[in-house]
Each structure stands twice: as structure tokens, then as C-alpha cells.
Ligand binder design. Structure first.
Ligand code: AP5
Length: 214
């Protein structure tokens, strides 16, 4: 199954993709995770992305499109994928459509995570990530068993630099301007299922299962 997860920063795309991946047994591709890894490893891609990510801006299309094209050629995606955080603007959407057509793949669904913007600030500023495993928590909504450390290996939890309040505000503006038109693009193709993501994690998952007829 080929599914896109589109929504504002903090709307729950990553949380749900990780749950859905276990059910569908397909790969989860997060362009954000991919870029953060490249930044941490100081690869040429990471060097190109660092400044944009730190400010909460989109990384240049000329950089990210190539990365995705290369990833999608891989045969581990032959059974499907959950594409999380891509496309983020109309240009990326159109190049993705063309690439899928070239590869003979068809999108099954675009899940749009709809949520009132004021709720997102609390979600993002409260997010914590394990410094080793990358497992995500929330200080209020999804806390670790022991304060400040990962359940899996006890590593310290950190805050993403772009989850600081001033960066969060800017990322939400970028979403409105650049990514909302992508939702409209896929609505015209009849592919969008709106997921009301202000609800609890299990309730959001239930809506997704229904939308995908699982
Ligand atoms: P990326 O990593 O994709 O960040 P994002 O889209 O801003 O999304 P987030 O990861 O912040 O949020 P999410 O929707 O996954 O929410 P989550 O599930 O974690 O991108 C980062 C940067 O990389 C971009 O700013 C850009 O610079 C660059 N980039 C990436 N892709 C790009 C592209 N295609 N083009 C150009 N640049 C690109 O949930 C958030 C928190 O809420 C968590 O703490 C979670 O535990 C909690 N939570 C989740 N669901 C619920 C719920 N139902 N109830 C309560 N709490 C919940």
C-alpha cells in the first residue's frame, strides 16, 4: 500500500506512521528523519540541510527531491511505503507524481492530519526524543516511564532544536503557505482522507484504519 502522510508539524504523522508500519509491514520514509540523520553524521546532504532545518525552513527542492528519487528506486519499497513529510510543496508533489508514474506505482491514499494550529505548539514544545534510539515522547501526552530518559536504554531525552517556541511558529507559517496547497492538489485527485488528529493517539489510529479499510 502506498500512502502519504501530510499535516502540520506536530500533527502526529510520525507517531502514527510508526504504528501503521507494524500493521502494514511496509517501509516508513520520513524525510525529516532522513535529513536529521544526515545532519548528525555531517554528510554532504546534512551540510546542505543544516541551516534550513535549524531555522524551520524547507530544505531546497533541488536537494530533497534527489534524495527521495534515489530512495524510491530501492526494491524494499516494492510492497509499499508510508511517506511522512513529503511532499511539502506543489513542486515536490508534481515531481513525486511523475516519479511514481515512471516507477509504475499508484498512490492508495493521502492521509491529511487536520488539527487546530493552537494545539500544535504544546505538542511540539513538549516533544522529547531519545538521543540514541530516536524514540519520541511527550512530557505530558506520552511521557517516558522515568522522567527525562528513554524507556528502551535509559539514554537522556533531548529537545529538537526546531521545537523551540520561535521556530515552531515559523514552521507553522511555512506549512500554511507551502503545504496546504499540496492537500488541495491531492483532494482534486480524490485521494485525501481527512484524519481529525486533535484526538488521542489510539483514536487517531482508529480513523486511519477506517480510512485505509484495514
Ligand atoms: P519533519 O521531521 O518532517 O518535521 P515536521 O513535519 O515539522 O513534523 P514533526 O516531526 O515535527 O511532527 P509530526 O507530525 O511527525 O508529529 P509527531 O508524531 O512527532 O521535518 C523537519 C524539518 O526537515 C523541516 O522543517 C524541514 O527543514 C526539513 N524537511 C523535511 N521534509 C522536507 C521536505 N519534504 N522538503 C523540504 N524540507 C524538508 O508528534 C508531535 C508530538 O506530539 C510528539 O511528542 C508526540 O508524542 C505527540 N503526539 C502525537 N500524536 C498525539 C496525539 N494524538 N495526542 C497527543 N499527543 C500526540
Amino acid at each position: 500500500m502506498y500512502v502519504l502522510l501530510i499535516g502540520a508539524p506536530g500533527s502526529g504523522k510520525g507517531t502514527q506512521a510508526k504504528l501503521l508500519k507494524e500493521i502494514l509491514k511496509v517501509e516508513h520514509i520520513s524525510t525529516g528523519d532522513l535529513l536529521r540523520r544526515a545532519v548528525a553524521e555531517k554528510t554532504p546532504l546534512g551540510e546542505k540541510a543544516t541551516a534550513y532545518m535549524a531555522k524551520g525552513e524547507l530544505v531546497l527542492d533541488s536537494v530533497i527531491i534527489g534524495v527521495l528519487e534515489e530512495a524510491l528506486q530501492h526494491e524494499r519499497y516494492a510492497k509499499g511505503f508510508l511517506l511522512d513529510g513529503y511532499p511539502r510543496n506543489l513542486n515536490q508533489a508534481k515531481t513525486l507524481d511523475a516519479l511514481l508514474e515512471k516507477l509504475g506505482l499508484t498512490l492508495d491514499k493521502v492521509l491529511y492530519f487536520n488539527i487546530p494550529l493552537p494545539l500544535l505548539e504544546e505538542r511540539l514544545t513538549g516533544r522529547r526524543v531519545s538521543s540514541t534510539t530516536g524514540k519520541e515522547y511527550h512530557v505530558k501526552f506520552h511521557p517516558p516511564k522515568l522522567d527525562g530518559v528513554c524507556d528502551l536504554d535509559g539514554a537522556p531525552l533531548i529537545q529538537r532544536p526546531d521545537d523551540q517556541p520561535d521556530k515552531v511558529k515559523f514552521r507553522l507559517e511555512v506549512f500554511q503557505k507551502e503545504t496546504v496547497p499540496v492537500v488541495e492538489h491531492y483532494k482534486k485527485k480524490g485521494l485525501v482522507a481527512v484524519i481529525e488528529s486533535a484526538k488521542t493517539i489510539p483514536e487517531v489510529q482508529g480513523q486511519i484504519m477506517q480510512a485505509l479499510q484495514l
